[in-house]
Design a binder for this molecule. Structure first.
Ligand SMILES: *Cc1c(COP(=O)(O)O)cnc(C)c1O
Length: 397
């Protein structure tokens, strides 16, 4: 099929829940993607914060291929070595105790919510416990995750959702305290809000939430699906706050494009779920396990955190230059390689122009252009991004 035929076929047969950009991506190499007609795109989206090491990485691909030839899947009724090894490595880097592997981010949230609900149930003997979540949050599209997502437009047509979810204001500790009752079993938030517009948590806010959870015997659940795995300069963003959650959700970069996520528990959250409480046919199958093992190993062998910390200030500087230069760009915020610029025109206008100029970026919230590039981007890649985005912004103006 040619480009036009592929788009027509997709539009005819795929349920229309995405307004897709009009290109057909065909293959990738390093930090560049190529469409069906051979056009090249510098990728500052990484498949939404997934491809930490870039596309067509031989080291990663070889590890996956070796596991494909050995054993792709077996049921969770048996043990398998990749899952065991992957869980050990993941728990270690996250500073957590135990892992449940899922197939996506939203499933990691489902699991975390179930841990919270059961924790409340064990504590009170009632199933009417409450969870506090936040405005502008994003935790996924399945019903449980949607219930804790602070975005009415995603929620409204799908009610009734899980009851007794209360929404506080992000970075406003008092707004949380007001909502705590003796039925509150957990607080859930992103350490750095992603889809909602790239808002990092303030240090006092997060340490305050940790304290609040300890004082009231509630679980602190941190969603690090987007901001985790090196993106902000530490393996998990909460390390920078001196806060350790009771439950963590992780996904996106975890499998480098293989569908794998996880929720992790620590301390009092460890033994809440027992046999019969939860499960997944695919979750943590040998192929997913091999992807996780290789990904985590590559973080170490490629010294990627050092690279992020060395290079991210340069990305910030170049984005600040765009704020100075263009009237339609009003500010920058973010951490590490999770950055956003606020803009006064619809972000999709800028993104379409960027794509015309061979640059892929995404939006976040209603007024943010988001940058979540592969973690291996260099200063030269950032210079190239600047040239293409600068041109796109001028064309929009
Ligand atoms: C992407 C994302 C999710 C959902 O993950 P999926 O794999 O798309 O289900 C949940 N939380 C955050 C913070 C995310 O960025």
């Amino acid at each position: 099929m040619n480009t036009k035929e592929i788009m027509e076929c997709a539009d005819e047969h795929l349920i229309h829940v995405y307004n897709r950009y009009k290109i057909v991506l065909d293959h990738g190499d390093g930090v560049y993607l190529y469409d069906k007609d051979g056009r090249e795109y510098l990728d500052f989206g990484a498949g939404i914060a997934v491809f930490a090491f870039g596309y067509n990485n031989k080291e990663f691909n070889d590890a996956i291929k070796a596991q494909v030839d050995k054993l792709i899947h077996t049921s969770n009724l048996f043990y398998n070595e990749p899952a065991a090894e992957a869980a050990k490595a993941l728990a270690e880097i996250a500073g957590m105790d135990k892992v449940f592997f899922t197939n996506s981010g939203t499933e990691a949230i489902e699991g975390a919510v179930k841990v919270a609900k059961k924790y409340g149930y064990l504590k009170t003997g009632h199933d009417d416990n409450e969870i506090i979540a936040f405005s502008h949050s994003f935790h996924g599209r399945s019903m449980g995750a949607l219930s804790v997502t602070g975005n009415k437009s995603y929620q409204i047509p799908f009610g009734p959702l899980i009851p007794d979810i209360k929404f506080a204001n992000y970075n406003d500790l008092d707004s949380v305290k007001e909502l705590v009752t003796d039925k509150t079993c957990a607080i859930i938030l992103e350490t750095v809000q992603g889809e909602g517009g790239i808002y990092p948590a303030d240090k006092e806010f997060l340490t305050g939430l940790r304290k609040l959870c300890d004082e009231n015997d509630m679980l602190l659940i941190l969603d690090e699906i987007q901001c985790g795995l090196g993106r902000t300069g530490t393996m998990y963003a909460y390390e920078q706050y001196g806060v350790i959650p009771d439950v963590v959700s992780t996904a996106k970069a975890l499998g480098q494009g293989l569908p794998v996520g996880a929720f992790l528990t620590r301390g009092k959250a460890n033994d809440v779920l027992v046999p019969g409480d939860h499960g997944s046919t695919y979750g943590g199958n040998p192929l997913a396990g091999a992807a996780v093992i290789k990904t985590l190993e590559m973080f170490k062998t490629h010294d990627i955190l050092n690279h992020v910390n060395e290079t991210a200030p340069y990305l910030e500087k170049k984005l600040e230059e765009l704020v100075e230069k263009h009237d339609i760009v009003t500010g920058r915020r973010g951490k590490g390689f999770m950055q956003g610029i606020t803009v006064t025109v619809p972000p999709s206008k800028i993104i379409n122009k960027a794509i015309e100029n061979g640059l892929i970026v995404f939006s976040a919230g209603h007024d943010v252009v988001r940058f979540v590039p592969p973690l291996v981007i260099t200063k030269e890649d950032i210079d190239e991004m600047y040239i293409r985005l600068d041109k796109a912004l001028s064309e929009v103006e």
